[in-house]
Design a binder for this molecule. Structure first.
Ligand SMILES: [Zn+2]
Ligand SMILES: [Zn+2]
Length: 155
């Protein structure tokens, strides 16, 4: 069961992400819409002057009793030397930046990060697992997995 949640103001995006996940993964992924993770206030995010450190968020996501696994945030994400990431996947948890990707792009990024959560690596094919460097590329990317990636997923 994949729990997905969003920062305040982005909750309306979650049903779209849920529909996209069903489109890509079918019955392999069943997801549940969740409230924002407990223990993280919006002000905690803002403490990063608009850019949230990925490690802080990922560890907050994986701690506590809640099993939230994908979190859509309205902030830029930074990770060490890397700033303005569209999405990132850690140990069983993933973040998506709607600030970077825009609302429609965030749906694509979310579907891509869930691929990582399911164990898929990046793919050079015409494929959802093809990495993107710009929000425009996220919008152009196919919404589907290539055959090879589908085969790597357990049925
Ligand atoms: Zn990726
Ligand atoms: Zn692929």
């Amino acid at each position: 069961m994949l729990h997905i949640c969003a920062t305040p103001g982005l909750g309306w995006l979650l049903p779209q992400i849920q529909a996209r996940l069903a489109h890509v993964y079918g019955r392999r992924v069943s997801c549940m819409l969740d409230a924002q993770p407990k223990g993280i206030s919006p002000s905690a995010l803002d403490a990063y002057s608009g850019a949230a450190d990925v490690n802080t968020l990922l560890s907050a996501l994986s701690s506590g009793r809640q099993t939230v696994r994908l979190w859509v945030v309205d902030h830029h994400l930074s990770h060490g030397m890397h700033a303005n990431l569209g999405g990132v996947t850690g140990d069983g948890v993933a973040l998506v930046s709607a600030k970077w990707a825009g609302h429609e792009g965030a749906v694509s990024i979310a579907a891509h990060e869930v691929g990582h959560l399911l164990g898929l690596a990046h793919c050079r094919g015409v494929c959802l697992m093809h990495p993107v460097k710009t929000p425009a590329a996220a919008l152009r990317r196919t919404t589907r997995l290539c055959k090879s990636c589908v085969q790597q997923l357990s049925p």
